[in-house]
Write a protein that binds this ligand. Structure first.
Ligand code: C5P
Length: 240
């Protein structure tokens, strides 16, 4: 895999002009962008077309969560938009994920169907209060990862600190998409459990989601190149 395809730039913007501006600045340095709810809604969906027309890969991070039929119909929209990957909430359950995984592959065999297990904003207490489950946050997340795998989905979003355990549980081919990545030269911002790009690769992350260290940097191109160089170091250390 091309090293560039492992770095997903988070486009956390509320207007399309700012988002387009950073895409222009980064140019050919990066090839993969994440569009979340904020930008998708503010651009009325057109940011996805803008990126695909530029030949960029898109992670459509809209976290679908509904009954199987509705989630599948929303996922088919993603498949037809030619995005590279999109996601749903694993807590939508097996029937929902089985339907999504099967139907989107019929429309777009290359697309990666990813699930979110437990939102990282949950604390142990918040989780217990919401779901009344006796399982720990970690065990609940691992259980949802296993369910995601057996439902035929392609991978999950997880912390770099969990990627190794996920791979052991679900297999090497099960994709891990990891935010919470920070190079040593960068501040943590509001991320709590961070890991450097090289360590994230060494710990089983397939795709690294990085936003502010690159998009808010005074030299975004140099910042992206530096992250890519670290990813390459990690990949080389893994394979040799
Ligand atoms: O700027 P930063 O590198 O922290 O951006 C990380 C991106 O990954 C943001 O879009 C954030 O919403 C997303 N994300 C995250 N943690 C999760 C899931 C998604 O930081 N557990």
């Amino acid at each position: 895999m091309n090293i560039k395809d492992k770095l997903i730039i988070a486009l956390d913007y509320s207007n399309m002009e700012d988002a387009k501006n950073i895409v222009e600045v980064l140019g050919d340095t990066v090839s993969f962008y994440k569009v979340g709810l904020e930008l998708f809604l503010n651009s009325k969906g057109t940011m996805v077309d803008y990126l695909t027309e530029k030949g960029k890969k898109v992670f459509l991070d809209l976290k679908f969560h509904d009954i199987p039929n509705t989630t599948t119909m929303a996922s088919l929209f993603a498949a037809r938009q030619n995005v590279f990957m999109f996601n749903v909430h694993a807590s939508g359950g097996r029937a929902m994920m089985e339907s999504v995984a099967k139907k989107v592959k019929e429309v777009n065999p290359e697309i990666l169907s990813i699930a979110v297990t437990i939102l990282t904003s949950f604390s142990e207490e918040g989780l217990k209060e919401t779901f009344q489950s006796q399982l720990s946050l970690k065990d609940l997340a691992l259980n949802l990862a296993k369910l995601t795998k057996t439902a035929g989905m392609d991978g999950i979003v997880c912390s770099p600190w969990e990627a190794k355990a996920i791979k052991e549980l679900c297999g090497e081919d099960f994709k891990t998409v990891c935010p919470g990545v920070r190079p040593k030269w960068s501040v943590a911002d509001d991320q709590e459990r961070i890991m450097t790009p090289k360590d994230a690769i060494l710990n089983g992350c397939d795709y690294l989601v990085v936003g502010r260290p690159i998009t808010k940097n005074e030299n975004p191109v140099e910042a992206a190149k530096s992250v890519l160089a670290e990813i390459e170091e990690g990949v080389k250390a893994l394979c040799c």
